[in-house]
Design a protein around this ligand. Structure first.
Ligand code: ARG
Length: 584
């Protein structure tokens, strides 16, 4: 109800000025939604902190405000409670009218922002020749959710996959490839990523154990960076093989990304370092080119450097991120850049951002934000492992979620003696399985570690994807049972009557507040909480208020509430990358 909040804030400001003078204009009215209907819908706490300033009792200040306040267009007469809280209860007509507006809009009344921003979301970003692991899965799911929400709000979002496709490991990989499977260089599809990961491990083992190989690998890096054609070809082949495997995961998750790996910035690294040098901040330390950082010291208390060029002349992960910021600001014209990675990279980003600011690669008007998340753990709170003790492959993890969701569905179908087509069973188990994995991740506050549990994520009760998908399907079944076409309800009037209707309606109307908060705080779990509460409130309403059996006027009004709930669920879930099902 951003609209109500805006009206109340504006009117409070005017009243404050009228009652106590123009110098109070712009004072924060401390307006917040109440958690308890006893105190109305919103409460303004402004009178309390003003008591000292004005030299009057808070209740008198509150009274002074009320004497000058006109919110009758949207509220019942405001009341004063306790030490001087002002309580507002929205008028029923106002609520009816807002709901109606939502009902008639295909964006559920949520207008795109007035000032769209150019936002880059840097997420997923696995490393070539290494397996995409659960950390990348988290980044992919959370990054996609954030991107979807910002896109819906009207921002211009560039989704970038900053894949690790450059660096010294390629010397080792290419050398190994050339020596172990030369046929890969002449023949398409000679290695696949399953092999490629094992391939990486073998190369690494040789690298660690065999000094000659190590030396050849070093030369390999130099050759690759020098643009040697065969090395380039080997590199491109390794990238292509990885890319194909990564894409399979993105397709299953329905995630879109533009790949722009580390290699893209390679030609810009020396210019970036030159620019750091021009700023006068570049310092040589033990042969490496560095920038000393504020707030980072070693045990002895001496400032720590960020290395931007190693003593052998090579560049590193940080140099690439500096070049990326430079390019994203200057060429992509980004105004906000979000990096979705595990919290383990927090220092890296703080340091890179600090240097980017000092060196003016990013002006203060450009927001640089690390969006960290915690570890994925097994149900036992330890590192996530397969039964055989290995790190699970993402493909297997998604397969298992779908297989378990299929088993749950088949069990239910047989209990209910329902016959369904194989297509139905496939669709439902895939959408529920994948949706459950996504939702389980998104519904956690991303900053905490999260315990991966198939049982929990697939449970029909609680804050899970299946619970929300059920609520949606349940509403669709009302329309089927009653022979009601929700899309034809336009023009009917919503008239709230019973308490559960009010509770549900007021919750529905708060979607805009929730999305706005998420666009600032980047916490998709808030949307999950909102949708979970919505489903619960819907179920309470549906238990207490007859819909299809109600009298004509009530029936239409309640059907519209049902439809609004369903559409809110559908929109909300779609912003989390989850598809709804009409039947399940
Ligand atoms: N490839 C990195 C990793 O797997 C993540 C890259 C994140 N993005 C960035 N601009 N550094 O840890």
């Amino acid at each position: 109800m951003k609209d109500a909040i805006a009206t109340l804030s504006q009117q409070l400001d005017q009243a404050l000025v009228a009652a106590f003078g123009p110098e109070l204009s712009g004072t924060n009215p401390l307006l917040a939604a109440t958690n308890n209907p006893k105190f109305g819908d919103y409460q303004a706490n402004i009178a309390l902190p003003l008591a000292k300033k004005i030299g009057k009792a808070p209740r008198d200040i509150a009274q002074g405000i009320l004497d000058n306040l006109d919110v009758s267009a949207i509220c019942e007469a405001p009341t004063i409670a306790g030490p001087g809280f002002i309580n507002f209860t929205l008028k029923t007509e106002y609520l009816n009218q807002q709901l109606q507006g939502m009902q008639q809009s295909d964006r559920l009344g949520i207008a795109p922002v007035d000032q769209p921003q150019r936002v880059i979301v840097d997420f997923s970003s696995p490393n070539i020749a290494k397996e995409m692991h659960v950390g990348h899965l988290r980044s992919t799911i959370i990054g996609d959710g954030i991107a979807r929400i910002l896109e819906f709000l009207g921002h211009d979002v560039l989704r970038l996959n900053h894949v690790g496709d450059w660096g010294t490991q390629f010397g080792m990989l290419i050398t190994h490839l050339r020596e172990e499977c030369p046929e890969a260089l002449t023949q398409a599809d000679a290695v696949d990523i399953g092999d490629l990961v094992a391939f990486y491990q073998r190369a690494k083992k040789r690298f660690d154990e065999d000094d000659d190989f190590k030396e050849r690998s070093r030369e390999g890096v130099v050759k690759l960076q020098g643009g040697d054609e065969e090395s380039r070809k080997a590199w491109a082949l390794l990238c292509e093989q990885s890319r194909k495997e990564f894409q399979k995961i993105y397709d299953r998750l329905d995630v879109e990304l533009t790949e722009r790996g580390e290699s893209f910035y390679n030609p810009m690294l020396s210019d970036t370092v030159a620019e750091v040098n021009e700023s006068g901040l570049l310092v040589e330390d033990q042969g490496a080119q560095c920038v000393f950082l504020d707030g980072f010291t070693n045990k002895a208390g001496d400032p720590l450097p960020l290395i931007v060029q190693k003593s052998d002349g090579g560049y590193n992960y940080a140099t690439t991120d500096l070049a990326a910021i430079r390019y994203r600001v200057r060429d992509d014209k980004a105004e906000r850049i979000l990096y979705v990675t595990d919290s383990g990279q927090a220092n890296h980003f703080t340091q890179v951002f600090q240097v980017a600011r000092k060196v003016s690669l990013a002006p203060d008007t450009v927001e640089l934000t690390h969006v960290p998340f915690g570890l994925v753990q097994g149900a036992d709170g330890k590192k996530l492992k397969t039964r055989s003790g290995d790190t699970p492959k993402l493909r297997d993890l998604l397969d298992e979620a779908v297989a378990r969701s299929r088993a749950d569905l088949e069990k239910r179908l047989s209990e209910e003696e329902r016959q369904e087509s194989p297509e139905f069973i496939n669709e439902v188990s895939t959408k529920v399985g994948i949706g459950a994995v996504k939702y389980a991740d998104l519904s956690q506050n991303r900053t905490s570690n999260y315990a991966f549990s198939y049982d929990k994520m697939l449970a029909l009760q609680g804050n899970t994807a299946p619970y929300l998908l059920y609520a949606f399907a349940r509403i669709q079944s009302i329309s089927r049972k009653g022979g009601v076409d929700f899309s034809q309800l336009d023009g009917a009037a919503i008239a709230l009557k019973e308490a559960p209707e009010f509770t549900l309606a007021k919750h529905i109307l708060r979607l805009d507040e929730v999305l706005e908060a998420i666009s600032e705080e980047l916490l998709p779990n808030r949307l999950c909480e909102y949708l979970y509460e919505l489903s619960k409130k819907f179920n309470q309403f549906y238990d207490k208020c007859p819909v299809l059996q109600a009298e004509e006027g009530d029936r239409l009004s309640r059907l519209m509430l049902c439809d609004l709930t369903a559409r809110t669920l559908k929109l909300g879930l779609s912003l989390l990358g989850i598809d709804v099902l009409d039947r399940m």
